[in-house]
Design a protein around this ligand. Sequence first.
Ligand SMILES: CC(C)(COP(=O)(O)OP(=O)(O)OC[C@H]1O[C@@H](n2cnc3c(N)ncnc32)[C@H](O)[C@@H]1OP(=O)(O)O)[C@@H](O)C(=O)NCCC(=O)NCCS
Length: 384
Amino acid sequence: MSTVSEVKAKAGLEDVVAGESAICYIDGERGVLSYCGHDIHDLADMDRGVSFEETCFLLWHRRLPNRGELGDLQTQLAAARVLPEPILRAMRSLPPAGGMDALRTLTSLLGHVDADAAVKTPAADYRKAVRLTGQVGSLVATWGRMAEGGAAIDPDPSLGHAANFLYMLTGTRPSALSARAFDVSLVLHADHELNASTFVARVAAATLTDLHSAVVGAIGALKGPLHGGANAAVMKMLIEIGQDAGLERVEEFVRAKLARKEKISGFGHRVYRTEDPRATHLRRFSQSIGEKTGQPQWFAMSQRIEQLVKSEKGLNANVDFYSASMFHALGIPLGLYTPIFAVSRIAGWTAHVLEQYANNRLIRPRTDYVGPTYPQPVLPIDQR
Ligand SMILES: CC(C)(COP(=O)(O)OP(=O)(O)OC[C@H]1O[C@@H](n2cnc3c(N)ncnc32)[C@H](O)[C@@H]1OP(=O)(O)O)[C@@H](O)C(=O)NCCC(=O)NCCS
């Protein structure tokens, strides 16, 4: 039967250009990732790169901030890191849940208590984007702390976003290396063009629903093991292999998995045909922080897996592969790996939602109908 079939997309909308954006550019053939024209390798440079806060400003305003603008944003984010009391109360009363489920539910609640909940103007939406970015970091850190039986820690406004997150999670102010490594990992995860969760956010925003609703949808998509859930799956795989098992066991494990035609989390990408440029940085951190914290085995195992998957399947590591062992070396609990992705990606989601609002048209594609032929008779119930 014919439908609207002038333009038929490949499965998974592969290679479909579904809109315009001035936020993020990817060249999957050359391994280029840039935010508003700035190469990710420059932004993520350990010494000369930018902070997560500067990245947020860049994504929201399409240019890097000057000192005054950065100072203002830092002040706004620091204020937003103090979680509203109803959120802390709700967090304490939630039934046992995974971090992404808690984040989804509590982000929805943040929408109820937002100072601009009833206001929908460009200025109010921008304030919501800033507030939510500050709040999500505190929410995930506090959730992680409470999940381990600890009490919530107040944010320290003198710390940057990354250092404050680690402080609120562990109760200890991080070393300069840990703070900057985590900061760079937030920069690396902040946006990635029309990835699945950002697409969800934009589709929702295109109905002109509120910013919190769009972000809640995005969190749901990020949770999936083919998207943000992959970093936790990588660490589970490393733990399953066992840190004392030796590299022969790594090889045996990976070969058996591939023989069963199972996917290895942290490899492959819809867009990149080269190494994921984010993996280049995360690999380095996995190694350096692993060595600094006396647990180099996770990096060694990861490296062996990478060699095998590359030689056996020709697949490259993606953003989630080395972030797993890096987060582990930083002492971050496994249940927080995917929520931490959201701590960073909230900047990209909100930038895309604001961009969608600014030049909106409802996103409403069609399907190619492959069901029973039309028309089918509606038989009386005892004849079916
Ligand atoms: C990222 C991902 C979802 C992209 O999916 P996609 O573009 O739809 O690619 P497909 O799943 O169709 O994979 C294409 C082929 O490569 C294989 N492949 C892709 N990723 C693989 C992986 N991680 N391990 C083993 N094989 C993989 C598929 O089995 C398939 O092989 P086939 O053609 O013989 O059936 C996919 O690579 C994947 O599932 N990776 C693991 C999860 C992950 O790390 N996600 C985070 C992404 S940043």
